[in-house]
Design a protein around this ligand. Structure first.
Ligand SMILES: NC(=O)c1ccc[n+]([C@@H]2O[C@H](COP(=O)([O-])OP(=O)(O)OC[C@H]3O[C@@H](n4cnc5c(N)ncnc54)[C@H](O)[C@@H]3O)[C@@H](O)[C@H]2O)c1
Ligand SMILES: *[C@@H]1O[C@H](CO)[C@@H](O)[C@H](O)[C@H]1NC(C)=O
Ligand SMILES: *[C@@H]1O[C@H](CO)[C@@H](O)[C@H](O)[C@H]1NC(C)=O
Length: 315
């Protein structure tokens, strides 16, 4: 993909995710133009990015082959959308998770760019057919859903609109690979995409087990962090099945599928996440980690430090 090097990407929205995307794209040598509709917000984002990039260089965790100074020279901020879009081949939208805001942004952007420009959204939960409903040429629209924090957690879910051209998927896939992210392709849109559907299945069963008095909050989290999570950082659920029987997947299914179905049939309904069970679970987690800012911030910093170490290990 070196043929697209030196090209320009516009990031629309300079919040948490917009800043992260900018850092990821810069690390791969792309020029990044950040726009925000609040005047001064995009230049504030650059100040924040500079601080982070310099810290990453100090910690020897800077991604890509360029120095912090070289990466920062690729970045510019704009309070004018037309100026921000000039020359871009790819637009990554990162505004609030609000359908109308996104529809308006893409409607505006489409009127300011040429036909070949790819329009990409960071949405976590909105469907492509809704996000792009006000775009006329939807063949060049795609969702590129990152995971927080994208600098350490590299997965990007690429979700097409029903009309998206395969070639557009391919460009997004190559771009993500080129900047060192780990893209996956969904073949069609579905509520929650893949990551959140799997995540919600885990949340639901963990919740039911605590709600039903089977296990404590502390211990269900350990089931993940000391058990399943240990291998899931390196191999997925399907490979896990394949490796867990002497003769591989077919053998695994012969040995275990009846048991899996038996257990799955005992799963309860979708939890309510409210009322007495919620009060109890909130109390239990807040005893472990009080919900005051200082405690939450400390735990988030610990999480990011650990993820940084894991990212290093995976490399
Ligand atoms: N935070 C996460 O963990 C996460 C993970 C994956 C995806 N996402 C998605 O990324 C998107 C952005 O999330 P975030 O956490 O960065 O939000 P955020 O609130 O931190 O940032 C949103 C930014 O967009 C700007 N903005 C709002 N309307 C705009 C407009 N019309 N034009 C230009 N800029 C505008 C705001 O001024 C703000 O700077 C959301 O769709 C979210 O679902 C978030
Ligand atoms: C860094 O350089 C190596 C070797 O030249 C190259 O293979 C790799 O793609 C580069 N990485 C990035 C992010 O540009
Ligand atoms: C729509 O966008 C695609 C992809 O960028 C482009 O190839 C095509 O020419 C566009 N269609 C029209 C009608 O302009």
């Amino acid at each position: 993909m070196s043929s697209i090097k030196g090209k320009i990407i516009t990031v629309v929205g300079s919040g948490l995710i917009g800043r992260s995307w900018a850092m990821v794209f810069m690390s791969g040598g792309y020029m990044v133009k950040i726009y925000d509709n609040i005047p001064g917000q995009a230049s504030g984002a650059i100040t924040e990015i500079r601080k982070q990039i310099e810290e990453l260089q100090q910690a020897k965790m800077l991604r890509g082959n360029l120095t912090a100074a070289e990466q920062l020279s690729l970045l510019s901020s704009h309070d004018d959308l037309l100026q921000a879009l000039e020359g871009a081949f790819f637009v990554q939208e990162c505004v609030f998770e609000d359908l109308e805001a996104k529809q308006t942004v893409f409607h505006e952007v489409e009127n300011l760019v040429t036909e070949s420009v790819i329009l990409s959204s960071s949405t976590s939960c909105l469907m492509p057919s809704n996000v792009f409903s006000r775009v006329q040429n939807r063949t060049r629209c795609i969702i590129s859903h990152p995971v927080n924090p994208p600098y350490y957690v590299r997965l990007v879910e690429l979700v097409p609109h029903p009309e998206t051209l395969p070639a557009v998927m391919d460009v997004a896939y190559s771009l993500m690979t080129d900047v060192g992210q780990a893209p996956v392709r969904l073949r069609k849109e579905i509520d929650g995409f893949a990551l959140n559907r799997v995540q919600y299945a885990i949340i639901a069963e963990s919740w039911r087990l605590v709600q039903d008095g089977v296990i404590s909050v502390k211990d269900i989290d350990l089931v993940m962090s000391e058990g399943l999570g240990m291998r899931y950082a390196f191999i997925g659920p399907i490979e896990t099945m394949h490796l867990n029987a002497p003769e591989g997947m077919e053998d695994y299914l012969q040995r275990y599928s009846e048991g899996i179905k038996r257990v799955l049939n005992t799963f309860g309904p979708v939890p309510d996440f409210s009322g007495e069970p919620a009060d109890r679970i909130i109390k239990e987690i807040c005893e472990l980690i009080p919900a005051e800012q200082e405690h939450l911030t400390a735990r988030r910093e610990r999480r990011d430090q650990l993820l940084m170490g894991l990212a290093k290990l995976k490399k």
